[in-house]
Design a protein around this ligand. Structure first.
Ligand code: MRU
Length: 349
């Protein structure tokens, strides 16, 4: 397998009309690749978090629409649009918080209306994928400019190549700053309950040769108090029109801590994560996942049988806690309802 993570793609379209992806539930212990030639299988993989991270979920969703179109054509279905609408509903529901998923599915349906059949939809999905990689590189460059030389950054969850089309958003900033010699170290939170930081960010940083220290989520406040953290950089699952940010559970706590300690709190995300149809974080659907993800680790129970548990997978960080939003079109500052709107207006002009 390719260990150059600047080129690493967690998901790819194959010429035999199938999609391959690295199974993120098995990393870092096993690097296993899965292949799907039916859209329902791919939707299952999104739901089970074999592919995860908002931009990667969006790309997987686009490929799922393409697979559904291929299946329709093979079966000689007459009503392609109707069939795709039904598939789109299933795909969108797989991970409700990730704005990129709804965005990518909508873009695929718009493309379907222009006709061209499955072939055009496959090309559109590949385009969504490539655009994401390019966006990440730009996010990385813009974000690195914000960091002081010798900076140490703290990041949460996994926002790297695995969570995107390739390269990464917040971890793309880390990667870019590291390649410029600006970064001293990275603190990666383990990210309970599913340990995306311990399993996936550690896997990526290790292979990229970037020094990192894994910390329990609960150590963040202590490290900030010690003065060991220069900035916090996270990704986003969805950004509302007012700049509120939905991201992995625990992000809000880090933002409040950053404010308390006078540290910059940066959110790195492509414009495909911005949802101007949602006024504020209150309108962002937050995914609730099975509680056994909290009551066990890697399938091993860690609490008493029948314990009640809470597994809200995301929280919302209010816009006023966000120092800047780093996009592929530049760095935005508050008030975000203005900067986000003008950014998207310029993008569509
Ligand atoms: O539940 P996950 O692992 O899909 O959550 C991922 C995150 O919260 C990421 O921070 C976010 O999707 C941005 S990924 C570039």
């Amino acid at each position: 397998m390719d260990h150059d993570l600047t080129e690493f793609r967690p998901i790819s379209w194959q010429d035999d009309a199938s999609v391959t992806l690295i199974d993120q539930t098995r990393l870092p212990l096993e690097e296993a690749w899965l292949r799907f030639d039916d859209y329902r299988g791919l939707v299952g993989a999104i739901r089970e978090m074999r592919v995860r991270g908002a931009p990667a979920i969006g790309i997987a969703g686009a490929y799922a629409v393409a697979l559904a179109a291929v299946e329709c054509e093979r079966q000689g279905a007459e009503d392609l649009e109707g069939a795709l609408d039904a598939a789109a509903r299933e795909i969108r529901a797989a991970r409700p918080t990730a704005g990129n998923l709804a965005w990518a599915v909508d873009r695929m349906l718009e493309r379907a209306l222009l006709s061209g059949g499955a072939c055009a939809l496959v090309s559109e999905a590949k385009r969504i994928h490539e655009e994401d990689v390019v966006a990440n590189r730009d996010i990385g460059r813009y974000g690195a400019e914000l960091l002081d030389t010798g900076a140490s950054v703290l990041t949460h969850c996994n926002t790297g190549a695995l969570a995107t089309g390739g390269y990464g958003t917040a971890l793309g900033v880390v990667r870019s700053a590291w390649s410029q010699g600006k970064l001293s170290t990275v603190y990666a939170t383990e990210t309970r309950p599913l340990l995306q930081g311990a399993r996936l960010t550690a896997w990526e940083l290790d292979r990229a040769g970037i020094p990192f220290t894994l910390i329990p989520d609960s150590a963040a406040a202590y490290l900030m108090r010690l003065g060991s953290v220069g900035a916090i950089i996270v990704g986003a699952d969805r950004i509302a029109a007012n700049g509120d940010v939905a991201n992995k559970i625990g992000t809000y706590g880090l933002a409040v801590l950053a404010r308390e300690h006078g540290l910059p709190f940066y959110v790195a995300a492509p414009t495909s994560t911005i949802d101007l149809d949602v006024d504020s974080g209150v309108g962002i659907p937050l995914e609730h996942r099975p509680t056994d993800e909290v009551t066990s680790v890697a399938g091993v129970p860690i609490t008493v049988q029948g314990a009640q548990a809470l597994n809200t997978a995301f929280d919302v960080t209010p816009a006023e806690c966000v120092s800047a939003i780093i996009t592929e079109r530049g760095v935005l500052r508050g008030p975000y309802h203005r900067s986000l709107e003008s950014l998207l207006e310029a993008a569509h002009a």
